[in-house]
Design a protein around this ligand. Structure first.
Ligand SMILES: [Zn+2]
Length: 545
């Protein structure tokens, strides 16, 4: 074959594979992805203790200007620090004590050089100054950036979103899930004086610079917070509040909505107490009593910003007036309030270290919707709901993404993740035990960042069943187990197809109205019933075909 033909074939192969996402492949991870998604040596040596972000939003020029004071502890000696900030924003200065540190840029990353190495075990701080015209979000919250919007009455309505792309799209930080500020964060936001800025945690004070016609709102979070959970919303906000008597004492529920939405919101947000009641039952106490619970009105559907859940679901049931299960049950509750609030437990209390494990946030949040339904409407509706959401599963690629590269897995992490958990509950088949596992996860991983392996091992250990193959099947392949069976007289012959090696998930079937447990494998087995088999039905709660 001639060389030109070989080249032509090589180009053809490249073209054929160009459209296929590289999930599971490691060879085409770019250096920028590695810097963003892995724990580099320049990140590893220091642990974030506290952030104080001070940022001014300038709506007229669509600019940001501010600084982030980073208090850290060196876990080993280090003299070069990775700080993430995405262009067009730029770092202008890094202050360390009385001196300014040298730094250089490599794409989305800054390399900050200390004059001499910081020894291990030292608490220190740097203040990173930055400014510029940030990326504008083209489709919040799915595409990150700033939304410089207007409300229905023409007033500025500005918000940040950064899930996936990362918080460094709008403020400088260590942009990796594994390191949250242990002592929390302060967020000081300066805006034109007629506007109100709402961020995470509690509003500690407001400064008014009359001459400059500006106000600064100082918000404080005392608990660890994941970077993408930090947000700022600016508009013509008013607030109202109520007290919720929960498992951790009295919880302040704070609602921030636009002035003209207040009447509707005061009626509609009755959804919040019953949501918290359901989730405190299933998962244990709300994880951030000190920081309050907040619901903040925005112009996009919603996001799980910690202690500052954002809401834009039109004050109506379903998800943007759609029923997620197609079974009617989705119209019984406000999807955004329920789903995003569930993330306070799975996403904010228990957070993924690596974006490849994002199902820990979304699989459990999807699953939580059915737990909310069970708590308020009973088991039948809950099963209808979670099983109904299977219609959204595409099995296009695995749920787990590519580690070390900030690449998430398939969007199946929502409905398939939820259905995997529902299936596992049915394998365990002990509701008291399952409840203790859900509560135990939130207690034992309280305010921690975790890996999929930790969650897997925890559930297997507490269940007393090795669920490793079940997790492998649903998280790491796109195959749905197929149960092949054949009924003849008193005998049923059965086996699994399309399963990972060693897969032996027990299921329950109903034969002539009587429940029977079978443990199919890839090998053909037979089961003899006591009488002629007239009906054979597989329990619908197991996600198999
Ligand atoms: Zn979610």
């Amino acid at each position: 074959m001639r060389k030109t033909t070989l080249i032509a074939i090589a180009i053809l192969i490249q073209l054929l594979f160009a459209g296929i996402p590289a999930v599971g492949q490691t060879e085409n991870i770019t250096r920028q992805e590695t810097l963003r998604g892995s724990i580099t040596p320049e990140r590893e040596w220091w642990d974030v203790l506290h952030y104080h972000l001070s940022v001014e939003f300038l709506p007229e020029t669509k600019r940001l200007k501010g600084s982030n004071e980073i208090i850290f502890k060196s876990v080993k000696p280090g003299n070069k620090m990775q700080i993430d900030l995405q262009p067009p924003l730029a770092i202008t200065k890094v202050a360390h004590g009385n001196s300014s540190l040298k730094f250089e840029r490599e794409g989305n990353v800054y390399w900050v050089m200390f004059e001499k190495a910081i020894p291990a075990g030292v608490e220190d701080k740097v203040e990173v100054f930055y400014e510029g015209v940030p990326v504008v979000s083209k489709n919040p919250p799915w595409v990150g950036g700033i939304t410089w919007g207007r409300d229905d009455l023409g007033e500025h309505f500005i918000m940040t979103t950064c899930q996936g792309i990362g918080a460094s799209i709008w403020w400088p930080n260590k942009d990796h899930g594994a390191d949250e500020p242990d002592r929390g964060m302060q967020i000081s936001v300066t805006v034109p004086e007629r506007l109100t800025a709402v961020s995470n945690g509690r509003l500690k004070k407001t400064d008014h610079d009359v001459a400059a016609k500006k106000r600064t709102f100082h918000w404080e979070v005392v608990n660890p917070i994941n970077n993408y959970g930090v947000n700022v919303n600016i508009g013509n906000y008013v607030n109202f509040s109520e007290k919720y008597k929960g498992k951790g004492g009295v919880l302040d529920l704070e609602y921030w909505v636009l002035a003209h939405q207040k009447e509707a919101a005061m009626k509609w947000f009755k959804e919040v107490p019953r949501t918290l009641a359901a989730f405190e039952h299933w998962f244990g106490k709300y994880p951030f009593y000190e920081d309050s619970y907040k619901l903040v009105s925005v112009s996009y559907p919603g996001m799980e910003h910690q202690s500052s859940v954002t809401y834009g679901n039109w004050f109506t049931n379903g998800y943007l007036a759609r029923d997620m299960c197609g079974c009617g049950v989705g119209f019984k509750f406000d999807f955004i309030i329920v789903h995003e609030s569930a993330h306070e437990w799975f996403g904010n209390n228990i957070s993924m270290k690596d974006a490849a494990d994002m199902w820990i946030h979304e699989g459990f949040a999807n699953y939580s919707e059915n737990l909310f339904v069970e708590y308020h409407f009973g088991k039948k509706d809950a099963e209808d709901y979670v099983i109904g959401t299977r219609r959204g599963i595409r099995n296009d690629r695995p749920i787990i993404g590519t580690y070390g590269s900030n690449r998430e897995g398939s969007g199946d992490m929502y409905p398939k993740g939820g259905n995997m958990l529902h299936t596992i509950r049915n394998i365990i088949n002990d509701d008291a035990k399952w409840l203790s596992i859900l509560r135990g996860l939130n207690a034992d991983f309280w305010h921690q960042t975790v890996t999929t392996e930790q969650i897997e091992n925890y559930i297997s250990t507490k269940a007393g069943i090795d669920l490793g193959k079940v997790f492998d099947q649903y998280l790491r392949t796109t195959m749905i187990p197929v149960l092949k069976y054949n009924v003849s007289g008193k005998t049923v012959r059965f086996h699994y197809e399309k399963v990972v090696k060693g897969f032996a998930m027990p299921i329950r079937v109903t034969i002539n109205g009587k429940e029977v447990k079978l443990t199919p494998t890839e090998q053909q087995q037979t089961f003899d019933f006591s009488e002629e088999i007239k009906t054979f039905e597989v329990n619908r709660n197991f996600y198999i075909q």
